[in-house]
Ligand binder design. Structure first.
Ligand SMILES: *Cc1c(COP(=O)(O)O)cnc(C)c1O
Length: 395
């Protein structure tokens, strides 16, 4: 007799548990902040992507509230069928100015922005080149298009150049994370832009973790590398991380944005963001540009954390961004340290395959401008004592 659906699914889930890869959700009972309430316990959070502390900033909250009073809750429709509010439009214009691009287009999530953009730009007979460690949404975007996908070695511009040189015919779309979400390192965009120019590649950068955090005005890696729309024609950012709200955007030329409005299926066939979220994001953009102290504070916390971890003799990754992975490699150990830290009142992501390559399990520590130096020092101590305890227990 064949197994029922549930029996088949249970079997697969049991294997997941046996592999120490089973994932669980915890109940967040407070706002996302440096201090949170999780499963009834108060913890210091080193796991959110709210790098600047804007997700619960009073002015952002207030603009969301006023937006709801004016526009109601849901947008009620897609952008093309009368769901495109003046708040969405104003935010798009401000994002275009912020990124130094002629236009910007809002998407409901970053995942959808990536999927829709890649699919709208390439088709059968075209080619997509992806960094091996790109975010899942970029990889899925390549797979969902009808183009041929190749993955080049992480950050390796000569591998990319070699592949571009060998490829004849069709469009060549080169896609990369700006700041890599699980590693915290950054793509060599200046060199990549040069290689793209040489081989007629179209460069697309997903700077989900760079916006707000990098660049003098928070303009991310594109600002830091001073790449204009000619050199970096497709610039994507998300609003749920440094911006502290929700949604995403793609910035570029008139022709690019017009193409996305006409052809990006994840733009066309979905409900527009609530207008109040756009209103709140306009305020968070203002704060993010103006308050450079948030970026400076982050940098000093990053240095402090790295020094502390290096003093313990643990392995850090090559990152100067607020994403600071501590490489433990062993999946079971990583999971146990994550649990032990939670018991001690610290939340840290225990990241294991398939999110990261096999053998590279890590604690993904993210820092936020709202953290104090004392909290960072306490986290370093807690990582140290958790590892010592687990060693004694024979792990
Ligand atoms: C989070 C993230 C996304 C997805 O953005 P959402 O708005 O959360 O869907 C895309 N790319 C990268 C690099 C990310 O880190």
């Amino acid at each position: 007799m064949s197994l029922s659906m549930d029996q088949q699914l249970q079997k697969r889930l049991a294997q997941r548990r046996a592999d120490n890869l089973y994932r669980q959700r915890h109940l967040l009972q407070s706002a996302q902040n440096s201090i949170v309430q999780v499963d009834g316990k108060t913890c210091v959070a080193f796991c959110s992507n709210d790098y600047l502390g804007l997700a619960s900033h009073p002015a952002v909250i207030d603009s969301l509230r006023r937006g709801v009073e004016t526009y109601g809750v849901g947008s009620g429709a897609s952008h093309l069928i009368y769901g495109h509010s003046q708040e969405h439009h104003a935010l798009e214009e401000e994002l275009a100015a912020f990124t130094g691009r002629p236009r910007a287009l809002l998407f409901s999530t970053g995942y959808m922005a990536n999927l829709g953009t890649i699919r709208a730009l390439v088709d059968k007979g075209d080619h997509v080149f992806e960094d091996r460690l790109n975010h899942a949404s970029l990889l899925d975007g390549g797979l969902a298009s009808n183009a041929r996908c190749q993955r080049y070695k992480h950050l390796d511009v000569s591998d990319l150049a070699r592949r571009l040189a060998k490829t004849e015919g069709g469009r060549k779309l080169v896609v990369t994370d700006g700041v890599f979400s699980m590693d915290g390192d950054v793509a060599p965009l200046v060199e990549m832009a040069a290689v793209c120019r040489q081989y007629d590649g179209w460069l697309m950068v997903d700077d989900a973790h760079g916006f707000g955090v990098l660049g003098e005005n928070g303009g991310g890696l594109a600002e830091q590398c001073q790449l204009d729309v000619e050199e970096l024609p497709i610039l994507m950012g998300t609003l749920g991380k440094g911006f502290g709200t929700f949604g995403a955007f793609v910035a570029g030329s008139e022709a690019l944005v017009d193409t996305l409005i006409q052809y990006a299926r994840t733009y066309i066939y979905t409900t527009a963001l609530p207008p109040s979220v756009a209103a709140a994001t306009r305020i968070s953009l203002k704060i993010l540009r103006r308050e450079s102290w948030r970026r400076e504070k982050l940098q000093s916390l990053v240095s402090r954390f790295r020094q502390g971890i290096a003093d313990l003799g643990l392995e850090l990754m090559d990152s100067s961004t607020p994403i600071q992975p501590v490489l433990l490699k062993n999946d079971a150990l990583c999971q146990k340290v994550g649990e032990r830290l939670r018991e001690k009142g610290f939340l840290v992501g225990a990241i294991r395959p398939p999110t990261v390559p096999v053998g590279s399990a890590r604690l993904r520590v993210t820092l936020c401008a709202e953290h104090t130096e004392e909290q960072v020092d306490a986290l370093v101590d807690a990582i140290d004592s958790s590892l010592t305890e687990l060693q004694k227990e024979g792990l």
